[in-house]
Design a protein around this ligand. Structure first.
Ligand code: FAD
Ligand code: NAI
Length: 466
């Protein structure tokens, strides 16, 4: 069977379904090909949504515990992992159903099957049936998958990756997390709140190497109280999967450490899903790590083929994929647009959360970009004090002459919900005066953003700066 389509999108993650829906809204005839049974990609089925659902539970457990010092003591929670899993699966199913309906309402033709390029104008889809689809425009949004170390085999039982760690139906007694990045620290937060003794091993000298050290140090301090052990500058050299436990050999500054764990989670980064697409039949360019090379229109080197989301490289974030998806769909529809955001905000949903928009302060230094910084410590925030969460801070980096905002970094309770305003300020080209003169509601943590701008403007009254 052969069909003619205007736009074919491969992959129904946050990038792919956004591209398909935008293309359909712009009047194209759209086919969306997805190899999984459900839509939503990694983000919905085994990424953002399940991990944040579990993180919400751990946040409530920790907050209930923290009320002891305020005079409210709850008894220890009874945790039923099977029920937690079905709660999490219901959340995923609800959202998945929503995406399916949105596709149906738009007449997007959804095909479940694996896509492979025959050439640069047609695709073979292998699913329940095999079909050939000819296209004028194709948007590749096949995302990424977890990578592992050459000597570690993920069995999804004792040795887990970011997918299997989200589906445990028993709380492990102990767990080693290999990789102190986004996934490692979020999952360490979840399982330590549920009662697991968690160790994290990171081969660099610090956690979250992509974030500013002044922010990660605060997180490190908090995680030190929560986790069993954080091993930095430490390399895992051997992993033996015995039936009942996993024996892990690590090396730290010439010293050998051998420890046994019930579960080991490997989260050391992700690789693009480009190797099983038969891209060699198209002549499409990929880089040395397998990511597809694109320009600001999200065009590949092959006329009519576009790529978006994780498959095009860092940052591998859902909101970046979605935004790129819309750009690619618009470019396919001859709408003049480009993917040139001022900032792509990043959030690590640990406790406290870390969020930033724009370059990190360390990147500004590395690239010799002149800046002035203003910081507001949350010890002076009425809201933070009432929440008992004063460990945070909000910092804004400004262009020295004009005082235009170029970057923002926040650590603290709900930093994830605060960073949107910073992203807007940067996109809108705000100056410190704009932020300082915007009346923020009291008492809220959003005030810490205008307070930091007031520090720059020297109009701050909530601090005394001689
Ligand atoms: P994906 O979501 O990876 O979707 C690609 C789709 O393509 C998949 O459904 C796949 O089945 C399909 N596919 C692949 N090959 C083929 C083929 N040949 N034929 C047909 N279909 C194919 N990001 C955030 O912004 N915030 C978060 O809080 C966050 N949390 C995360 C937590 C975890 C545990 C993980 C693993 C990731 C998280 N991410 C988060 C990252 C986010 O999930 C990704 O950046 C996002 O899903 C990328 O979207 P995408 O559309 O590029 O690809
Ligand atoms: P990551 O790149 O965030 O972190 C991997 C960490 O592992 C790094 O700190 C790295 O130095 C370390 N590492 C690498 N090799 C190692 C080794 N052999 N031994 C010990 N440590 C080693 O990758 P992660 O955590 O797998 O997440 C992948 C991506 O998924 C993220 O980069 C992010 O784009 C996305 N994600 C986003 C989230 C969010 O937005 N909140 C949450 C989860 C994932």
């Amino acid at each position: 069977m052969s069909k003619n389509n205007k736009v074919v999108v491969i992959g129904a993650g946050p990038g792919g379904y956004a591209a398909a829906f935008r293309a359909a809204d712009l009047g194209n005839q759209v086919t969306l090909i997805e190899k999984d049974d459900s839509l939503g990609g990694v983000c919905l089925n085994r990424g953002c949504i399940p991990s944040k659902t579990l993180l919400h539970l751990s946040k409530v457990i920790d907050e209930a515990e923290s009320l002891k010092k305020a005079g409210i003591e709850f008894s220890n929670p009874n945790i039923d992992m099977k029920k937690i899993q079905s709660w999490k699966n219901r959340v995923i199913k609800k959202l998945g159903g929503g995406i399916k309906l949105l596709a149906k309402n738009r007449n997007v033709n959804v095909i479940h099957g694996t896509a492979n390029f025959i050439n640069d104008k047609s695709i073979k889809v292998t699913g329940e049936n095999e079909e050939i689809i000819n296209f004028e425009k194709c948007i590749i949004a096949t995302g990424s998958r977890p990578s592992t170390l050459p000597f570690i085999e993920i069995d999804h039982s004792n040795i887990l990756d970011s997918t299997s760690v989200l589906s445990l139906d028993k709380i492990p007694k102990n767990m080693l997390v290999i990789g102190g990045g986004y996934i490692g620290l979020e999952m360490a937060t979840v399982y330590s709140s549920l009662g697991t003794k968690v160790d994290v091993v990171e081969f660099l000298p610090r956690l979250l190497p992509g974030a500013d050290l002044d922010l990660t140090e605060i997180l490190h301090k908090s995680l030190k109280n929560k986790l069993n052990n954080i091993l930095l500058n430490t390399k895992v050299t051997k992993v033996i999967n015995k039936k009942s436990q996993v024996e892990v050999t690590m090396e730290s500054e010439g010293e050998k450490i051998i420890s046994k764990y019930e579960k080991v989670l490997v989260c050391i980064g992700r690789i693009p899903n480009t190797d099983k697409l038969s891209l060699e039949n198209t002549g499409l360019d990929i880089d040395s790590k397998g990511f597809i090379t694109v320009d600001e229109y999200r065009r590949t080197n092959i006329n009519g083929i576009y790529a978006i989301g994780d498959v095009t490289g860092n940052p591998m974030l859902a909101h970046k994929a979605t935004h790129e998806g819309k750009v690619a769909a618009e470019v396919c529809s001859k709408i003049p647009t480009t993917f040139e955001p001022q900032v792509i905000p990043a959030v690590i949903f640990t406790d406290p959360e870390i969020a930033w928009a724009g370059p990190t302060e360390e990147e500004l230094k590395e690239n010799n970009i002149a800046y002035e910084k203003a910081e507001f410590p949350w010890q002076a925030s009425g809201k933070a004090i009432s929440l008992g969460r004063t460990e945070g801070k909000t910092k804004i980096m400004f262009e020295p002459e004009s005082k235009r905002v170029i970057a923002v970094g926040i650590i603290g309770y709900n930093a994830s919900d605060l960073i949107g305003e910073a992203a807007l300020a940067i996109e809108m080209g705000c100056y410190s005066e704009d932020i300082a003169l915007t009346i923020h509601p009291h008492p809220t943590l959003t005030e810490t953003f205008s307070n930091a701008a007031e520090v720059m403007e020297k109009t701050i009254t909530d601090l005394y700066i001689p």
